[in-house]
Every structure is written in C-alpha cells, then in structure tokens.
Ligand binder design. Structure first.
Ligand SMILES: [Fe+2]
Ligand SMILES: [Fe+2]
Length: 137
C-alpha cells in the first residue's frame, strides 16, 4: 500500500510535468516507506539523495518552461523552488550528522509537495491554459 499516491487532481495538463510529478510522488512514498520501516540509514540517505536529485531536474524543467513562455510569476515561483532545495539540503546535512529528522522531514515534504503542487504549480496552469500550452482535463 502506498502512503502517498498520485491523484488526477494534481494534473497540470502538461504531460512532461505530470510525469515528473508522478515520479516525485513515488520517490516521496519510497522515502516514507523507508523511514516507517526503519530500513536503516543507508536506504534513507540514498532515497533522500534521489528525491533531491529528481526534484532539481523537475524544477529546471518548470523554470525552462517559464522562461520559454515568459511566465509573469517566474521569479516568485523559482524562489519557492530554491527555498525548498535549501531546506532539504539542510535536512540532508542534519541526517548525515546523525540527527533524527524523520518526522520533521516527512511533515515538511508532505506539506511542501501538496501545497506547491496544488497552489503554486496550479497558478501556472491557469496561465499556460490561457496560451494553449496546458490542456484542460
Ligand atoms: Fe514548481
Ligand atoms: Fe512542480
């Protein structure tokens, strides 16, 4: 059973982005599972690194799209991405230093993904729909 699952309500109507969001949700689920099952620090560390890496790839995809279509909220959106990476980087450091970050990290990631996907990402959906880049469901 999955702890967090992709839902069609998350769809932004751009296939490449939806596919990446799906992968992110899967990695997040993998991380939750690793933590809940306490499968050892190595698994958590590897999964967290994977999440961070894929998140970076995904942010770059979105940011290139913003540039390409002159999205007016590009700056504010990118600031949210940067703040998230910074926060996860610091979690990663704490974890490597032996700190127990499980619950805090999961709460942060869960809140972040749900909120960012449903509010911040959703703002560009409206814009991209208006110029025909995103297709409504
Ligand atoms: Fe985003
Ligand atoms: Fe996104």
């Amino acid at each position: 059973m999955k702890i967090i699952e992709w839902d069609e309500k998350f769809s932004v109507g751009i296939k490449e982005i939806d596919d990446q969001h799906k992968v992110l949700v899967d990695i997040l689920d993998e991380l939750y599972y690793a933590m809940l099952k306490a499968r050892g620090n190595e698994v958590i560390e590897t999964t967290l690194a994977k999440l961070l890496q894929y998140t970076k790839t995904h942010f770059t995809t979105e940011e290139l799209l913003f540039k390409k279509h002159s999205y007016p909220e590009e700056k504010a959106h990118k600031a949210e991405h940067d703040a998230m990476l910074k926060k996860v980087n610091s979690f990663q450091k704490e974890f490597k230093n032996g700190k127990l970050i499980g619950v805090d990290l999961m709460q942060f990631l869960n809140k972040w993904f749900i909120e960012h996907l449903q509010t911040t990402d959703y703002r560009y959906v409206k814009f991209f729909r208006g110029i025909g880049v995103s297709t409504p469901p």
